[in-house]
Design a protein around this ligand. Structure first.
Ligand code: ATP
Ligand code: MG
Length: 509
């Protein structure tokens, strides 16, 4: 019940959040100030008639008020539903109706749209474009706040999955789930009040909200919050040597690393500006980190990145060790309290050690189910185990690897082909930035393997050359029957490859 309260008290005078807009510092708050503002805001929300258990959509650009609103909602026992404020009408239409939210907090530009598609909710307009200090609307509410009684099993957050394999589903995370997950991450990465976290992730997925923001606020770290990711502003932040605000941790998705490293390598930034020796932890997750990017981070940032795995439904499940071997291509070891099985999805029996199967999990940070989706919930759980839908294996040292998603397996000529295996072969070719492999319908084979390839600019690389290399290294069934080139592989905001969009390239061909 007191999970945020305790940390805010313990770290009262420390800096909590410094917010940067377009690379310029805009606001700085101590834990004490943040705590007081959260109380003002909690009273403001209660006065609007919100009750424990009400769902509230946060459709806000990244901002300090977004953080304040989120914690205030948790505090009053409402269920926070954070959404991407860049979503368009169709996307919002589905999510707003699915969540059955009682209230929507959104920026000025959303008023008309929300009133059109979701008029039943209370609409609160929040001017996120203004400097935080100028927002007065909630500060006239009292500063002391009496919390309602909350239990571990009360829902705190509904996080919609990324929609990589179908419509997004709302994973309901309880206060108990959130505390367990944040505590796990803080302990394995040893996050303390000495840390300064560079935060360039969005606040509507577990990565940016739970793993980066909640862990920082609960451990008394100082969050350097950037309004959005750009390579320029992140490089500037990470290389700043201001004695009090020198960053120590950066958490990102692989696509952010690629853009950051391209920028650092490509631009003639003074060498000393790219000295990141003060950084103690570079983490990567949400999507696979290519081995060549692991090597590039190691070379340019001076340390091995720590790759980890997590899901909206579960929080973080695996991480490479902070102190210990970080294996490229591996998601690492299970977090404390996470029990893992690797199961043959057809027989539901454990596979022989080292073989590929579906990853099943048990942990206190795992959701009890999806919001109003009893069928999907029933399909996802078996005998108390959460079935991730991800295929993976374990090596002899106990490190885990994701090999593919079950839904992305390609079935060609009756055989299962892992897109990732084919992608790995193509990614090794010089000049290839990234490959995305999918199956498209084929009369003879059921599906056939095809690949979309992004090259580095100015590189000469032909379809026949890639096909020849695949032929050398892969069984004929796995070899792409068609290769197309594109300036970019379609990805969502978390840098996950949108395989349905990749297929479109081949349908229109
Ligand atoms: P949906 O469930 O709607 O199809 P999604 O699974 O992409 O979308 P999230 O919950 O945001 O939605 O993402 C969880 C998934 O992200 C995991 O199941 C896994 O496939 C992938 N993932 C997370 N971390 C990693 C990683 N380090 N390497 C590879 N994949 C990862
Ligand atoms: Mg998923």
């Amino acid at each position: 019940n007191q999970w945020f309260e305790n940390s805010f008290k313990a770290f009262a005078c420390n800096k909590a959040v410094t917010f940067f807009r377009n690379g310029e510092m805009e606001t700085q708050l101590t834990y004490d100030q943040l705590h007081n503002d959260i109380n003002h805001f909690s009273n403001f929300l209660s006065a609007k008639g919100l009750k424990k258990g009400d769902r509230v959509i946060l459709l806000l650009e990244k901002s300090v008020i977004n953080v304040v609103a989120c914690v205030a909602l948790l505090k009053i026992g409402a269920v926070v539903v954070p959404l991407n404020s860049g979503f368009k009408k169709n996307e919002l239409n589905y999510l707003l109706k699915d969540s059955k939210a009682a209230m929507v907090l959104a920026g000025l530009d959303k008023k008309e749209l929300i009133e059109e598609i979701y008029p039943c909710a209370i609409f609160l307009q929040i001017p996120t474009h203004l400097p935080y200090e100028d927002l007065e609307f909630f500060r006239s509410c009292p500063q002391s706040f009496l919390r309602p009684k909350l239990s571990q099993s009360d829902p705190g957050l509904i996080i919609y999955t990324s929609g990589t394999t179908g419509n997004p589903k709302g994973a309901v995370l309880s206060h108990g789930n959130l505390v367990c997950d944040a505590g796990n991450v803080i302990s394995i990465w040893d996050i303390t009040q000495k840390d300064v976290v560079c935060h360039a992730l969005p606040l509507f997925h577990v990565h940016g909200l739970c793993f980066a923001l909640f862990t920082a606020l609960l451990s008394g770290s100082h969050v350097m919050m950037l309004d959005s990711f750009t390579p320029e502003t992140v490089q500037q932040r990470l290389s700043s040597k201001d004695p009090e605000d020198t960053c120590s941790i950066f958490m990102a998705v692989p696509a952010m690393y690629t853009r950051l490293l391209d920028f650092v390598e490509g631009k003639k930034v003074e060498k000393k500006k790219n000295d990141f020796s003060h950084m103690r932890l570079w983490t990567s997750g949400s999507a696979p980190l290519l081995e060549k990017e692991f090597d590039r981070i190691t070379r340019i940032c001076g340390k091995n990145p720590v790759e980890r795995e997590g899901m909206s439904e579960t929080g973080m499940n695996f991480s490479n060790p902070l102190n210990g071997r970080k294996k490229p291509g591996s998601i690492g070891l299970p977090l404390p309290g996470v029990t893992v099985r690797i199961v043959n999805p057809e027989t539901c029996e454990d596979v022989t050690s080292g073989e590929v199967g579906e990853i099943w999990l048990k942990s206190l940070s795992i959701t009890k189910g999806y919001w109003e989706k009893p069928v999907e919930t029933a399909d996802t759980f078996q005998d108390g185990w959460f079935k991730t839908g991800d295929l993976g294996k374990k090596d002899k040292d106990g490190y885990y690897y994701l090999t593919d998603r079950i839904k992305h397996l390609i079935i060609t000529g009756g055989e299962n082909v892992s897109a990732k295996e084919v992608e790995t072969v193509i990614n090794q070719l010089e000049g290839v930035k990234e490959a995305a492999v999918v199956g498209i319908p084929d009369e003879k084979w059921g599906e056939k393997v095809v690949a979309l390839v992004e090259k580095y600019p100015g590189v000469e690389l032909s379809e026949s050359k890639i096909k020849a290399v695949c032929k050398e290294q892969l069984h004929n069934l796995k070899c792409p029957k068609k290769i197309m080139f594109s300036d970019h592989i379609p990805k969502n905001t978390m840098g996950k490859v949108l395989k349905e969009k990749v297929k479109q390239f081949f349908y229109s061909y």
